[in-house]
Design a protein. Structure first.
Length: 321
């Protein structure tokens, strides 16, 4: 009886394996891959559409009202960084989850080395904000890049204004020929307008996402033109000339606050790494800082000062919204 049962099991296993092999060999890998890509694209586009619908409902009612903390994080970190181009489902809660994971991993690593809760918590607390700092740097880069491409963008708008004197129409037609991150920002703005948002409000959100003084001037001029129905072509022509001259001046003076901030962040990270290596390589220092109360208090004080320095660094070039 046992022999028959074993033979039956072997027969089922062999048959299942053969059927699975037939399915695998007969399947079109390219067809499956294409369908998976299309499915992901549909899910991604559906998520974007639902997010923009929520923005239309929210901002048409609250654009003039003070935003909540969650709204500010969504707008000034997530939207401004254009991180949804790479992580479509990114939002405040995903960012909070990522930051919490970084905190716990850092805390466990530091505590395993220092064996002292206060200093470990302070250093891990600093690293808790690292994902936000990365998003802020991405947003800073997007802002700087948009400033450099503003003259070209205006020239593209002028070509479509010759076809139809409608700035929203020109924005929409310019999308295929402009690069990221401006492409995503403009696409979202035009979708918001099509969904019923007032163009003035949609342009205000666009301005806040890019957060650049030159782009802010551009948007303010466009809003005034929409409001008072001025000569759009003359306005764009004047702004194009102005922004090309401004960019020449930026290049002549070699102004780049983006890279300055990158260097500061890297220096702050290297401080922790170098301190860790120096303490670990010296047995006396390692014993003093990990096994004595005086050493642990010194480490806590250093960590506290480091946290203050990190906070000052993050606010040193941040615009007040």
């Amino acid at each position: 009886m046992d022999i028959l049962l074993n033979m039956n099991q072997m027969l089922i296993l062999t048959t299942s394996s053969y059927i699975a092999w037939l399915i695998a060999t007969s399947a079109d890998a390219d067809y499956i891959k294409d369908n998976m890509k299309k499915g992901y694209k549909r899910l991604n586009e559906g998520y974007i559409e639902r997010r923009l619908q929520r923005e239309v409902k929210k901002y048409t009612k609250t654009i003039t009202v003070k935003m909540s903390f969650v709204d500010k994080v969504e707008l000034f970190l997530i939207d401004k960084s254009n991180i949804r181009r790479y992580i479509p489902f990114m939002n405040f809660y995903v960012l909070l989850l990522m930051s919490s994971l970084v905190f716990f991993i850092t805390y466990i690593t530091i505590y395993d080395f220092l064996r002292f809760l206060p200093s470990s918590a302070i250093i891990a607390g600093v690293f808790f904000f690292m994902p936000s700092i990365v998003l802020e740097i991405m947003g800073f880069y997007n802002s700087d890049y948009t400033r450099r491409k503003l003259g070209y963008f205006i020239s593209v708008l002028m070509q479509w204004i010759d076809v139809k004197e409608d700035i929203i129409y020109a924005f929409e037609k310019a999308i295929p020929v402009i690069g990221e991150p401006l492409k995503s920002y403009i696409r979202d703005m035009t979708v918001q307008v099509r969904r019923g948002m007032d163009p003035q409000d949609a342009l205000t959100i666009l301005k806040m996402k890019i957060d650049n003084p030159q782009f802010t001037d551009f948007i303010l001029n466009i809003k005034q033109n929409i409001k008072y129905r001025g000569d759009l072509k003359v306005l764009l022509n004047n702004m194009e000339e102005q922004f090309y001259k401004l960019e020449q001046e930026f290049n002549r003076r070699k102004i780049s606050t983006f890279w300055d901030k990158i260097y500061i962040v890297l220096a702050m990270i290297l401080v922790v790494i170098i301190a860790f290596m120096l303490i670990r390589s010296n047995p006396k220092a390692l014993n003093f800082y990990t096994n004595t109360i005086e050493g642990k208090m010194y480490i806590t004080l250093f960590a506290f000062l480091y946290g203050i320095g990190f906070y000052i660094m993050t606010t040193i070039s941040r615009f007040k919204h």
